[in-house]
Design a binder for this molecule. Structure first.
Ligand code: BGC
Length: 419
């Protein structure tokens, strides 16, 4: 994040540019920066694009490839620094608050009141959409990260059941390995490895431990023996990946499961979008289950579109976009393709497939168990600086022979520095 002073100075320059007429967008254009570039993601984005175009607005696409959005966030920073923010940007969790604190986001309160968003958006999401009390972003979905996506034929062929705890999980991985198949499709990128750690922390220590470590960044919890076990388990998973894992994109890892080159992938439910895009059917071609040991809890992330402050001539288009995103029919159509579930609780679940219905039921159960947590890996757990520190230690650990003791120390030290 830029310092507040620096950003405000740059925004001052931007205001000047607007006033002198050099940076004005056409009335009906919405420029959208996002990172939805895989097959499934692009298909979902297209639902939004078509909706807007159908209403007569022009869509200026700002796709920035890179799963998890790190690259897109870097582009946004540069755009903001140059005084040229887009109409809207796909944002995760606490990042919305960073931009709101810099006073860069527009106010959606009137629209939210008119459309009754307060009543239908779950409270856990609202705190991210209204970081300073005003609505500044519109949530399009609820994803969660503690999932496993498996090739059903491989499971059937090796006689594997869905594992429900760590030991059963390792037994299934061993069976698949013994059959000569790569058990885990691993994407060797920091955000993907952090996504697996989301699940490992939850599975190893439970929901309260997850909150302490990956939401509160509590030093004692980060230095605990439980955290050491998390790293032991992460190390163990390396026995089950193929040598070409470094740098692999998440959707290519999903493709390995789809094509029967690997048994399973641990990934958020955007992976389901890839299976669906390839014409695959849940429980026939693929299985979705919660990461063993995390049943009854959910680590979630919500894609929201944060609205930047725009001149009067662009406001109508921006509000049309926000309204379209929150429309119940759109939320259904979009999420059926994306792999996530709606961000509104009043959208019926009957058109959703078995995995989508499970996601909805799991969410309710997690709320009842006080076990709905913001995902660290996807920007809903700890501030960006702390998240980055966690990413670095996790990915360095996985790609080196660092011991679990060292990893625990490095993690806690890096987090302390980043706070
Ligand atoms: C986003 C998803 C996206 C995934 C992979 C996550 O952070 O929430 O919408 O599909 O990254 O790019």
């Amino acid at each position: 994040m830029l310092s507040r002073k620096k950003t405000l100075a740059l925004m001052g320059a931007a205001a000047f540019a607007f006033a002198s007429g050099t940076a004005s967008a056409a009335d009906n254009t919405v420029e959208v920066i996002h990172w939805w570039t895989s097959g499934g993601e692009a298909a979902a984005l297209n639902v939004l694009k078509k909706d807007l175009e159908g209403q007569g607005y022009a869509w200026k696409d700002g796709a920035v490839a890179g799963g998890g959005g790190d690259q897109a966030r870097t582009v946004l920073k540069a755009r903001v620094a140059a005084g040229n923010p887009p109409t809207t940007m796909q944002m995760l969790g606490l990042v919305i608050g960073d931009y709101a604190a810099e006073d860069l986001l527009g106010n959606l309160n009137d629209l939210a009141a008119k459309e009754g968003w307060e009543k239908v958006v779950p409270p856990a999401l609202q705190s991210f959409m209204k970081p300073e009390g005003d609505w500044v972003a519109a949530p399009v979905n609820i994803h969660s990260t503690n999932w496993v996506w498996a090739n059903k034929k491989i499971f059937d062929d090796v006689g594997a059941e869905i594992p429900t705890n760590w030991d059963e999980f390792v037994a299934v991985l061993d069976k698949i390995k013994a059959a000569g198949i790569t058990p885990i499709a691993w994407g060797g990128q920091a955000w993907q490895e952090a996504t697996v750690v989301d699940a490992l922390v939850n599975s190893t220590g439970g929901a309260d431990f997850y909150k302490k470590t990956l939401n509160e960044a509590d030093q004692d919890a980060l230095r605990s023996d439980t955290m050491k076990t998390v790293f032991d388990r992460l190390r163990k998973l390396k026995d089950y990946v193929d040598p070409n894992y470094p740098g692999r994109d998440w959707n290519l890892a999903t493709a390995m499961v789809i094509n029967g080159e690997a048994g399973m992938q641990m990934m958020g439910d955007w992976a389901k979008g890839e299976f669906l895009n390839a014409g695959k059917v849940p429980n026939e071609d693929f299985l979705c289950f919660r990461f063993p040991g995390t049943q009854g809890s959910v680590t979630f992330n919500t894609d929201a579109f944060a609205m930047f402050k725009v001149g009067d001539d662009s406001k109508e288009a921006q509000m049309a976009l926000a309204k379209a995103i929150m429309d119940p029919g759109f939320q259904e159509a979009f999420n059926l393709v994306k792999g996530s579930i709606p961000a509104r609780m009043d959208v019926p679940g009957d058109k959703f497939d078995a995995c989508g219905q499970k996601a909805m039921a799991d969410l309710k159960e997690a709320v009842g168990n006080d076990a709905l947590m913001g995902s660290m890996a996807h920007g809903h757990g700890v501030p960006e600086g702390v998240k980055g520190a966690m990413y670095d230690v996790i990915t360095n650990f996985f790609s080196s022979d660092m011991s679990s003791e060292e990893a625990v120390k490095n993690l806690a030290d890096a987090v302390a520095l980043a706070r």
